[in-house]
Design a protein around this ligand. Structure first.
Ligand code: GLY
Length: 260
């Protein structure tokens, strides 16, 4: 099954070492290493049969390589979000140009203040969008998203977060009813009907895999997750994301994946 033919990424900037982090003990990202890992990420995406649009680094925003947060792309429209992290909020104005290459103005929607929303909090399962109520995404942002999605015949389901930064930090959909879940998501009733693949605590970061047209890209260093994904029958590609992990970033945050 091919669902995506386009991906947008943004090159990490030198300021990536100053990205927001909840894990300072991991140290700062090393810029040159982050660039090499980003190169490998782009190569892996291309192997999955997509065209990759690579945006230039933006030194004003240390976290700007995480393009998943300032925009959300659905089959019917694109939504420019309103990131809740102050240092990231301006990223929404810088992603619009890339979105306009794929969507006409009447198919671009906006989350407006006081609503906040970050794409890392949104997980798409067919026409249902699970949205994390988090430190970055508030009730008003989710309300606005629901209104937009309803207009296009889709819906959203609010999922309160307790511990993690973004929803997709801990739960990711691999299509075919398969879902990788870790930590607080293992017991959430919202996900009870999926075939849940439980990620052990020590590999929690590995829950952030991405499904790309029947290949699953898995972060390097999470053998239990890798085996579980392979046992489900998926082809896999491994990409090292150690530098992005240092600033709470993972495979999904690094791209916008869509059909256009
Ligand atoms: N450093 C990624 C984020 O906090 O959004």
């Amino acid at each position: 099954m091919k669902k995506f033919n386009n991906v947008i990424v943004r090159r990490p900037c030198k300021a990536v070492c100053d990205g927001i982090t909840s894990a300072p003990e991991l140290g700062q990202p090393i810029y040159e290493k982050a660039l090499k890992q980003h190169d490998a990420y782009i190569e892996a995406l291309k192997k999955c049969g997509v065209e990759v649009t690579v945006l230039e680094a933006d030194e004003r925003y240390p976290d700007s390589c995480f393009v998943e947060d300032p925009a959300l792309i659905t089959k019917a429209c694109a939504i420019i979000t309103n990131p809740g992290a102050e240092s990231r909020n301006g990223e929404k104005d810088e992603i619009i140009g890339a979105i306009r290459k794929f969507f006409p103005e009447d198919k671009i929607e906006y989350i407006k203040a006081p609503g906040t929303l970050e794409g890392g909090d949104v997980m798409m399962v067919e026409d249902t969008f699970y949205v994390g109520l988090s430190a970055r995404t508030n009730e008003e942002g989710i309300r606005q998203l629901g209104e937009i999605l309803n207009k296009y015949g889709m819906k959203c389901v609010q999922v309160p977060l307790e511990k993690v930064l973004h929803l997709k930090t801990g739960v990711n959909y691999l299509e075919h009813n398969n879902m990788l879940v870790s930590g607080e998501f293992i017991t959430k009733p919202d996900f009870a009907d999926y075939n849940k693949v439980i990620v052990p605590e020590e590999e929690a970061y590995g829950a952030n895999c991405i499904w790309m047209n029947e290949t699953v890209i898995v972060p390097e260093g999470y053998p239990t997750v890798l085996k579980a994904v392979q046992d489900l029958g998926y082809e896999t590609l491994i990409v090292d994301t150690s530098e992005f992990r240092k600033i709470d970033g993972g495979l999904s945050c690094l791209s916008l994946r869509f059909w256009a």
